[in-house]
Design a protein around this ligand. Sequence first.
Ligand code: IFM
Length: 454
Amino acid sequence: MTTANRPEPQAPQRSDFARDFLWGCATSSYQIEGAGRDDGRVESIWDRFAATPGTIRDGSNGLVACDHYHRWPEDFDIARGMGLNAYRFSIAWPRIFSEGGGAPNQKGLDFYSRLVDGMLERDLQPWATLYHWDLPQTLQDAGGWEDRATIDAFLDYTDAMTRTLADRVKHWITHNEPWCTAIIGNFEGWHAPGKTDLKAALQVAHNVLVSHGKAVPLIRANVPDAQVGMAVSLHPLRAASDSAEDIAAKERHDGLRYRWFLDPLFGRGYPEATLSQVGAAAPDVAPGDMDAIAVKTDFMGVNYYFPETVAHAAGHAPLDTKVLPPTEGEITAMGWPVVPEGLAELLLRIENDYHPGPMYVTENGSAFDDVVGADGEIDDVQRRHYLMRHLASLKAAIDGGAPVKGYFAWSLLDNFEWAEGYLKRFGLVHIDYATQQRRLKSSGKWYGAFLRQA
Ligand code: IFM
């Protein structure tokens, strides 16, 4: 069966969810804004990384991207037209501060002020993420997240942003996907800043968690009625086989990929087994850090894309484990398996393990190779079905007891997909990068029709 004529999956109705459920899309600054040199924005680690030959598959960068910096009114009109009631965006730190101290850049503050006003005018509840990977390069040059001075710089930046937007933005996410910041950027090395040092990566992870813990009370002090949380990317895990070796490998991977981040956030410290497995690469922990990290938050953001299958792999750093590519079933253009049930499995596991309070799916989506038809339409059947099936899984999670209060599709727009450049499209809205024309895909039209149901 071709993808075009396969049957439509059974999707839930909007009325299957609470009336006050949040329905949004998510984006991030570096991936869509462009305007890389406008209004005092300074270089970020992604500008520097992308300028290094061989890092980005199509040799591109985020300097123009979707030109959202100038075209946001059109983008928010589309979001409003779809019937979204929330919008998750991130703030580009390099527009606000070039380094730790000093005064914030007024033009950067003004841009986000206008952006938020634009959301509110269209009844889009703003959800601001403070850190979605675009660290000012000057801070990286001074040691980056590996250095505790970056925690202080993050708090200065958080203070400036939350004071500026306190009257209009109540929902704050400190960090997006600390795993990617720390491990992909500093151990696997295929994201900025491109390091390959486990000790550095685990120190980055620790300092990012500390910065989160210290930012939460600061945001609450500045923003009346603030709701604060973090967005964590997680995968349900499967062992590659029933062998004792693969099952043990899955457990080790789980320790680093899931519990290394969630255990400290929920006051349990780093998992003992993983601490001993990473040995000398364990981070330096200052007095009070673990209490700071364990600050109670108002919600937990969960980013779900796919489950991981883990095998024992002797000599494969850091823990003799390897995540295997899928060998069957539908896969996306990223090579990720399409497993909608994994969303419910993950949400229910988190609820069972930690009882985090309200949860939001802060990202979920798929990349497929879109074709613009002769009539200008984009019939992205696979993405539409992905969305429908994941909403069915979301409903199953809620029915099963997971307190999920909102869903943000990744992403509103096609955008700069990091090391993949512009080769991978995740948007519900298609971007023609040559003309910057926006076109709502059939997935976006379906989401709009779903949201307009009574
Ligand atoms: O594009 C990214 C996003 O920046 C973070 N979460 C995963 C998405 C898809 O790879």
